[in-house]
Design a protein around this ligand. Structure first.
Ligand code: C5P
Length: 243
């Protein structure tokens, strides 16, 4: 098992995005992970394929789970969707900030039905968005302005944090304060393939920015040696005392 040598890391910063179409593949990776040192993110792919039972299985293995369904619907539907998970022990849930104030308020209300309420965070601008993509949907602010606007709205409603691409982390932290959590996906090594991501940063940059949680997706799940690559990132975290 990985992490034998990482006893000093007391507060994990790593969330692994379990974006697999095979339970078997996901479980092979999970077997090598220690819930003390990383959290798991279940997104639409695994949730739609394997549902609540798979989710329960991973929760029962002791992992803190970020259920990243990025909900965006009318307030009543989002309220009921979140309430339907209230018998599960989830660590974090995501909704889209672009769903608006009323939808976010409804989501916040639904969180109260949990025995131990999960953190509620919002998606601001997806890290796969370029400025051109933003203009195509009729938003003419810069990416960072739009992220700041949606982050402020999310904080005003009482959400716990935002999913925010690397480019805006500094500004969001400065304006919204350090208690407002920042989760950053789109993490790439300087020589990694970007795939569909456009707004990316390296693990080193993430460490410098003191991001609360970084989401590692394909740099781990597509790797020929995921455990080795994860180990390198943990060593970097330990070296830079980012824990
Ligand atoms: O493989 P990659 O590192 O690009 O994975 C990023 C993960 O983070 C995916 O699961 C994706 O759904 C998620 N995500 C994102 N951008 C956001 C929010 C979540 O890429 N704004």
């Amino acid at each position: 098992m990985l992490y034998k040598n990482f006893n000093k890391i007391h507060k994990t910063k790593i969330i692994i995005a379990l974006d697999y179409s095979s339970k078997k593949k996901a479980l092979i990776l999970i077997k090598n992970l220690n819930p003390k040192f990383c959290r798991l993110k279940i997104g639409k792919e695994m949730f739609f394929l394997f549902g609540i039972n798979f989710l329960k299985k991973i929760i029962n293995l002791g992992f803190k789970i970020f259920l990243d369904l990025k909900l965006n619907d009318i307030p009543n539907t989002v309220f009921k969707a979140i309430r339907s998970f209230s018998n599960l022990s989830l660590w974090m849930i995501s909704i889209h900030a672009s769903g608006g104030k009323d939808m976010m308020k409804a989501a916040k209300l639904a969180i109260k039905f949990f025995k131990k309420p999960p953190l509620l965070v919002s998606i601001t601008v997806l890290s796969s968005f370029s400025i051109k993509n933003l203009h195509e949907i009729g938003i003419f602010s810069s990416i960072n302005q739009q992220i700041l606007l949606l982050s402020q709205l999310s904080k005003d409603i009482g959400l716990d944090g935002v999913v925010c691409p690397g480019s805006a982390v500094k500004d969001v932290k400065k304006i919204l304060g350090k208690n407002f959590k920042i989760i950053t996906p789109g993490i790439r090594m300087s020589d990694s393939t970007l795939y569909d991501q456009k707004n990316v940063i390296t693990p080193e940059q993430a460490i410098k920015l003191k991001i609360d949680y970084i989401v590692l997706g394909r740099i781990i799940t597509f790797s020929k040696n995921p455990i080795n690559d994860l180990k390198k990132i943990f060593l970097l975290i330990q070296k830079k005392k980012y824990c």
